[in-house]
Design a protein around this ligand. Structure first.
Ligand code: AHR
Length: 659
């Protein structure tokens, strides 16, 4: 009995002690100690970049500014998509695809318009409805062209007009002089007046006399970024520029592989004049014009000062089709060598000369070449042999190139391994430590599904070539942005091994049917675009990157390690003598922390940039594009000891200048 009493009081005392300790822990403000004079390692200058492929109407109907949808008149049982007959008054016409005549070997067919009856007052022809409309802005010139031939010179001139869907009236009109009886390209320009910006417009091409007119490659462009001919949408390029991307990984993704070998990204068919590009099926359920072709990818890199990370087709397509290593693979390896020569070769090399003739005399700088995409999906395990064959051939000619593998290989040591992560926020809260160095209890572990845990510092460097917190559609919500930010603190802390990372997918057309993959960084329709909360998280992490990580320690007994909700990364810009404290509070309530910077001599004022939201479901959208954006405030009275409160659901950067 006494024993029992003693035991009981002992349990009671222990419980009291535990409660006291717990309440002390709860009461104790977490302390984040930062040593500005103790760099741990360099931050990879290429840490944040872009990954891109043709998905979600990223190029056609997206970045690529072409306004005509189905400009080469592809058709199926359902007709000639996005093109319709125009018959004004008593005019009459029929349309059909003519497989017997086209403007080039690549475009062997065309649209034949048979005009049975038409007059100057009542014209007949076709209309194109664009990519969910055609965005028109006031006082703007739109440059167009088409290839055409007619059966008779009597057909007269062709009228091209942009028509408002709301009024049925022309917004801009041009005449193209009488079309000849042989294939020729015709150009026109359409200038708007003092209109309201709107996407509710379409293009009409009509004639005033009976006869037959054949058309192909009908094209219309608004002003483009850097005024490039055949160029990109200005708003989307500006959004990407604000991300300060170091690289562009292209052309995919699944888009590189295709469903079948014959549908792979065949770069040689995407260069030169548009009329010589045959177009090809994309694995994301629609056909690619290849208007944004191989050289246009490189121009995009040039415009945004990004280095290309070139993924070459490696003999595997997604329907489990592969090319055996050995002689069968040789033509594909040669294609990759030609591709590298096209990018980097001087004018006196075969493919360098082709690039020059395509309009780009200067070679591009190339450091990284990726062999395939997600080759761990290849169930025959042929990747080791395929990678090795590409690796040896490329290194023999270009020893300085870094060759990225998309799955672990044994026969050679890959320079870099590309890993992909698509997860929920809760997973990313735990995965913020994913790349922390291995310990005796956390050995490097390959999960067979594209991921290593606790990356081996003696193994290949890591390229997180695709990653995203997938919550929210078509674009991520704030909960996803919190997951992203938590994950990025881990990437920065471990950027000795993680040298590059790119969110995916990057772009989505938010119109009905525009999205094939939920949760995409930047959304748009024909007229407008917006950045998601995750986009702004990327902007902050990339803009305030720094070049060194600093020694730091978080003493937070009140935080539950099994349920992490607070994340941070501390970097320094050594040239600017500037500290970046990135803090992520994934709790709904504010979090106060003490920040100690022993020995630091700091300017009196600093800057706090905050991205926060009332709920994890809060988001931006095409109609509410700036609900969640970074807000900048000034921090006064900065010393080496800051008592700082972070709002609930917030991503913050504190910028402090050293004196
Ligand atoms: O980003 C969407 C797809 O996800 C990519 O095409 C592919 O590489 C990955 O499986």
């Amino acid at each position: 009995m006494p024993k029992k009493t003693f035991a009981g009081s002992s349990i009671f005392a222990a419980a009291l002690l535990a409660a006291a300790l717990a309440s002390t822990a709860l009461a104790q403000t977490p302390v984040l100690t930062i040593h500005p004079d103790q760099p741990v390692h360099a931050v990879s200058p290429n840490l944040y970049g872009l990954m891109t492929e043709e998905i979600n109407y990223s190029y056609d109907g997206g970045l690529y500014a072409e306004m005509i949808r189905n400009r080469t008149f592809r058709s199926d049982w359902d007709g000639i998509h996005y093109w319709y007959i125009v018959e004004k008054g008593n005019a009459a016409a029929t349309i059909a695809v003519d497989k017997e005549t086209g403007p080039s070997d690549a475009l062997k067919s065309s649209l034949k318009i048979t005009i049975k009856q038409a007059s100057p007052e009542y014209q007949a022809g076709i209309l194109n409805e664009g990519w969910w409309g055609m965005a028109l802005r006031p006082e703007t010139t739109y440059k167009g062209s088409f290839y055409a031939k007619a059966d008779t010179a009597d057909l007269g001139s062709v009228t091209v007009a942009l028509i408002s869907n709301l009024t049925g009236k022309p917004v801009a009109t041009a005449q193209v002089a009488a079309v000849s009886t042989g294939w020729k390209q015709y150009e026109f320009s359409l200038k708007t007046g003092a209109i309201q910006p709107s996407a509710a417009n379409h293009l009409e091409i009509t004639v005033a006399h009976p006869g037959s007119l054949w058309l192909n490659l009908v094209s219309l462009f608004p002003p483009t970024y850097h005024d490039r001919v055949n160029g990109n949408r200005i708003d989307l390029m500006e959004k990407m520029a604000a991300m300060h991307p170091a690289f562009l990984r292209f052309p995919g993704g699944n888009y590189l592989e295709g469903d079948h070998i014959k549908d792979r990204y065949d770069w040689k068919k995407t260069i030169g004049p548009m009329v010589d590009r045959p177009t090809h099926p994309s694995p994301w359920s629609y056909h690619s014009t290849d208007g944004l072709g191989f050289l246009e990818f490189l121009g995009w890199c040039e415009d945004l000062k990004m280095q290309p990370v070139l993924a070459v087709y490696a003999g595997y397509s997604m329907a489990q089709e592969h090319v055996n290593p050995g002689p069968d693979l040789d033509p594909y390896v040669q294609d990759a060598l030609d591709e590298i020569e096209y990018v980097t070769g001087a004018a006196d090399t075969k493919w360098g000369a082709v690039r020059v003739s395509n309009g780009h005399p200067e070679p591009f700088k190339l450091t990284y070449v990726e062999i395939g995409n997600e080759d761990w999906f290849d169930r025959t395990n042929s990747y080791d042999g395929r990678y090795t064959q590409f690796y040896k051939a490329i290194k023999a000619k270009y020893p300085d190139l870094q060759i990225i593998a998309t799955a672990p290989v044994k026969s050679v040591k890959a320079d870099v391994l590309d890993e992909h992560y698509y997860v929920r926020a809760a997973q990313n809260f735990h995965d913020a430590t994913h790349y922390d160095p291995p310990t005796s209890t956390t050995a490097p572990h390959w999960d067979g599904g594209g991921h290593y845990d606790k990356a081996d510092r003696n193994g290949p460097k890591i390229f997180v070539g695709e990653w995203a917190t997938r919550e929210g559609m078509p674009t991520p919500n704030f909960g996803a942005a919190l997951g992203d930010a938590a994950w990025m603190t881990g990437l920065e802390r471990n950027s000795d091994i993680v040298i590059m990372a790119s969110y995916a997918p990057l772009l989505v057309n938010v119109n009905p049917g525009g999205m094939q993959w939920e949760t995409d960084l930047i959304g748009y329709d024909a007229l407008r675009s917006y950045g998601s909360p995750s986009y702004y998280a990327q902007v902050l992490f990339s803009k305030y990157l720094g070049d060194q990580t600093l020694a730091s320690k978080l003493d937070a007994p009140s935080f539950d390690p099994a349920n992490p909700r607070f994340f941070y990364s501390i970097t320094r810009n050594s040239a600017k003598k500037r500290l970046y404290l990135k803090l992520v509070n994934a709790e709904s309530t504010p979090q106060t922390i003490d920040i100690d910077l022993p020995g630091a001599k700091l300017s009196d004022t600093g800057t706090v940039i905050t991205l926060s939201a009332p709920s994890t479901e809060s988001t931006n959208s095409i109609d509410d594009p700036t609900r969640i954006v970074p807000v900048e405030t000034t921090l006064h009275g900065v010393t080496g000891h800051l008592h700082h409160s972070i709002p609930g659901y917030a991503i913050q950067v504190i910028q402090l200048d050293e004196r």
